[in-house]
Design a protein around this ligand. Structure first.
Ligand code: PEP
Length: 264
C-alpha cells in the first residue's frame, strides 16, 4: 500500500505575523517548481494569530493553493460557548485549516491534556471534516524503564476510541519520542520505524487491517535535512513532524526536497 508522505512544520509559539508571512512565502515559492503529485503533502502549523496571514497567501498565490495545507496547533472539542481562550474546529476551518495537531507532548506536559481530551478533540475534528494529527510518544524515563510500547499503545487506543474505520484511515499519527523533541537527539531510524510499525499494528487491532494500512504515521523529534532521507527510507515512516527545522525556509524546503529523493 502506498501512502503519500506528509512533511508538517510545527511553528509552535514562534514568529510574528510579518515573519510568518515571509516564511510561508519562502515555502510556497519553493513548491512552485513542482506539481502537487510530485510533492509530499505539506502542512504548516502557525500560531492562531498568523492563520489569516498564511491563508491569505495561500488563496492569492495563483497556484490554486493546493500545495501547502494549513494546520492549527490545538483546538477545543465544543463548537462554541463559554470556554475562554479556546478555539473550535469550526472556527479553525473558517480560518483556512484542514489539519489540527492534537496531543503534542508540550500540551500534555504544560497544559495537562489527557488521553480522554485528545479523543474528544479527534472526534470533533473528524466530525468537522478536518484531519487530526495525533501525537504520541514516551519520556526518557519510560524508554529506560522498557515501557515505551505499552505507553504508546495506551495513548493510541485512547485517542482512536469510538472512531469509525474511515475516520481512522484518514487520520494522521505522529510518533514523537519526547526525549528527541527540540534536543538535537534523533531516535535511531530503525527504532523509530519499529515503534511506528507497532503503532500500525495497534491501529489494525482497534480498527481494521484496512485502516492500519491507510493511516499515515509520521516521525517527529529533531528532524533535519540530514536525517530525513534515512527516516523516509524506512518501511513504515510516512513523513515527519518538524519543529525547529521548520522555522527557516531553507531547512524546511531541503527536508521536502530530500523527502522527494526517497519517496514522492
Ligand atoms: C515538534 O515540535 O513536534 C518537534 C518534533 O520539534 P523538533 O523538530 O524541534 O524536535
Amino acid at each position: 500500500m502506498s501512502r503519500k508522505p506528509i512533511i508538517a512544520g510545527n511553528w509552535k509559539m514562534n514568529l510574528l505575523q510579518d515573519e510568518a508571512k515571509a516564511l510561508f512565502e519562502g515555502i510556497e515559492k519553493f513548491t512552485r517548481d513542482f506539481t502537487a503529485p510530485q510533492l509530499p503533502t505539506i502542512v504548516i502549523a502557525p500560531v492562531f494569530t498568523s492563520l489569516n496571514v498564511v491563508h491569505t497567501i495561500k488563496c492569492n498565490c495563483g497556484c490554486g493553493g493546493d500545495k501547502v495545507a494549513i494546520a492549527a496547533q490545538n483546538c477545543h472539542w465544543e463548537n462554541s460557548g463559554a470556554y475562554t481562550g479556546e478555539v473550535s474546529v469550526e472556527m479553525l476551518k473558517d480560518a483556512g485549516c484542514s489539519y489540527i495537531i492534537i496531543g503534542h507532548s508540550e500540551r500534555r506536559q504544560y497544559f495537562s491534556e489527557t488521553d480522554e481530551m485528545i479523543n474528544k478533540k479527534a472526534k470533533a475534528i473528524l466530525a468537522g471534516g478536518l484531519i487530526p494529527i495525533i501525537c504520541c510518544g514516551e519520556t526518557l524515563e519510560q524508554r529506560e524503564a522498557g515501557v515505551t510500547d505499552q505507553h504508546i499503545a495506551t495513548q493510541i487506543r485512547a485517542a482512536l476510541k469510538g472512531l469509525s474505520e474511515e475516520e481512522v484511515a484518514k487520520s494522521v499519527i505522529a510518533y514523537e519520542p519526547i526525549w528527541a523533541i527540540g534536543t538535537g537527539k534523533t531516535c535511531d531510524s530503525k527504532e523509530a520505524n519499529r515503534v511506528i510499525a507497532m503503532i500500525r499494528n495497534v491501529v489494525k487491532e482497534v480498527s481494521s487491517e484496512k485502516a492500519g494500512d491507510a493511516i499515515r504515521i509520521l516521525y517527529g523529534g529533531s528532524v533535519k535535512p540530514a536525517t530525513i532521507e534515512e527516516q523516509m527510507s524506512q518501511s513504515d515512516i510516512d513523513g515527519a513532524l518538524v519543529g525547529g527545522a521548520s522555522l527557516k525556509a531553507d531547512s524546511f524546503n531541503e527536508i521536502i526536497a530530500n523527502t522527494m529523493k526517497v519517496r514522492a
